[in-house]
Design a binder for this molecule. Sequence first.
Ligand SMILES: C[S@@+](CC[C@H](N)C(=O)[O-])C[C@H]1O[C@@H](n2cnc3c(N)ncnc32)[C@H](O)[C@@H]1O
Length: 249
Amino acid sequence: MSTDYNKIADEYKYSKSLPWRKYLEAHTLFNIAGDMNGKSVLDLACGEGFYTRLYKLKGAAEVVGIDLSEQMIVLANEAEKVDPLGISYFVGNALDLDLGRKFDLISASYLLNYSENESQLQTMCNVIAKHLKPGGRFVTINNNPECKHPEMSMRKYGFERIQKGFNDGDEVIFKLYLPDESHIDLTNYHLSKKMHERCLEAAGLTNIHWHDMEISAEGVSLFEESYWQDLLKCEPVKGISCEKNNPAL
Ligand SMILES: C[S@@+](CC[C@H](N)C(=O)[O-])C[C@H]1O[C@@H](n2cnc3c(N)ncnc32)[C@H](O)[C@@H]1O
């Protein structure tokens, strides 16, 4: 069953404070995204705006955040009120979005893994390509369809990943633990690496690269090197980058 973020928006926000989010996830995503000075950025599935705010703080000229969950957008707008960065947030669905304009960079961390089948994945990729300027780039982090040790426990990092199967559409559950040891469960869907590449290509996106997670220098200095080993061995999530070079699209 798909995840209702309206009910878990605050708890999800807490999960972004875990060390692996900052020292691996964010570090890897921003490495992939590269210099964003002066760029227009669309953050699709922006959640409560964790990365949306960082894109603006890292120099983007204009940032728009879109999420399916009204409650996530409420939290994002609350943060914008407390510390105004000039970001616009809207409730919207990446399966039928049409903003009528294009961006230099589209980011979508943990969106594609909400596609339940090839048709939905293709639709998301088409929506992304439609909103990219020629030469624009798409960057993302998602569940890794080729997770090397899917049975390995990630509990010490604050989450667990349960792969229900390896057929396209099979559920992958992420259990995110809270300080009181309770957890929220996010249901993603397994879709093969090949299917991702097929859909991105069919949408007109080229130069597709898969990116391993990397630890930032700060992450290495703050924790024992051995602390990160299980996460790097298992590779539960993976980055993708690609670009749009066909001006006709
Ligand atoms: C795991 S959260 C990631 C949030 C944010 N990108 C981050 O990294 O913190 C996934 C988000 O995707 C949103 N989402 C799921 N399906 C979506 C869709 N079809 N269109 C837009 N947002 C969607 C959810 O509401 C949720 O906020």
